[in-house]
Design a protein around this ligand. Structure first.
Ligand code: PEP
Length: 248
């Protein structure tokens, strides 16, 4: 027993209209049957206020949070806005935002810190590209540990911060990292967290993400230092999410 509660989190990305809110209710019912784990859904901002009352014990969150409190940032969403809409948390540093919105490690750390100031739970994503992975395991571990340490916010604490290791080459591709690759990377991240945060680094959850499905969840979720999963495609329907929750 690690003392770390498992977290199964869904990321709907830019998917989901009001017509899909029934899936949120159904996932809420699945979560009600598993009081021993945490379940979260990171939804499009447009659905948060409608989804929150339907979600039961599921933590409803946003997919990004701006590092500033308010201001001239057209199209962006602040931590107080997320909170006001009924969110309890947010993703930061997802590789799609690092790639398409050019978010830096410093941006990610600032976003996480701002979210925590407002009491939001944060899942902070890190992960290497295929180029880096092809340089070998050691290079990949070093690269991702450096990215984590540079993205870690001031005052990082296991009470509000979870890390998600998501190899970029495994996101939405159907290619899953092998159990050996996952265990080795999570071990390297655990060591780095303990070195940076002391005992609290041992308490911080580390999720795996990248083409997790009902077919592979059981093999991944029981590896050492894997404290849950961040799931994209397979979180869009309760039917596909159910076996992942069941495997936790
Ligand atoms: C993700 O969006 O974070 C993700 C891991 O997606 P998928 O499960 O579809 O690979």
């Amino acid at each position: 027993m690690t003392g770390r509660r498992k977290l199964i989190a869904g990321n709907w990305k830019m998917n989901g209209l009001k017509a899909q809110l029934g899936e949120v209710s159904a996932i809420g019912e699945l979560a009600a049957g598993r009081p021993d784990i945490d379940v979260a859904l990171f939804l499009p901002a447009t659905l948060i206020s409608a989804a929150a009352p339907l979600a039961g014990t599921v933590l409803v969150g946003g997919q990004d949070c701006h590092q500033e409190e308010a201001g001239a940032f057209t199209g962006c969403i602040s931590a107080p806005m997320l909170l006001g809409a009924g969110a309890g948390g947010t993703l930061v540093g997802h590789s799609e935002r690092r790639t398409y919105q050019h978010e830096t490690n410093a941006d990610v750390a600032a976003k996480a810190a701002r979210a925590s100031q407002h009491g939001l739970e944060v899942v902070l994503c890190v992960g290497e590209t295929l180029d880096t992975r092809e340089q070998g395991d050691e290079a990949a571990h070093g690269w991702v540990v450096d990215q984590l340490l540079a993205s870690l916010p001031e005052g990082a604490g296991s009470g509000w911060l979870t890390i998600a290791y998501e190899p970029v080459w495994a996101i939405g591709t159907g290619k899953v990292a092998t159990p050996a690759q996952i265990a080795a990377m999570h071990g390297a991240l655990r060591d780095a967290l303990v070195e940076a945060l002391g005992a609290d680094g041992q308490a911080m959850r580390i999720l795996y993400g990248g083409s997790v499905s009902g077919d592979n969840a059981a093999d991944i979720l029981h590896l050492d230092n894997v404290d849950g999963a961040l799931v994209g495609g397979a979180s869009l329907s309760a039917a596909k999410f159910a076996p992942i929750i069941a495997a936790a």
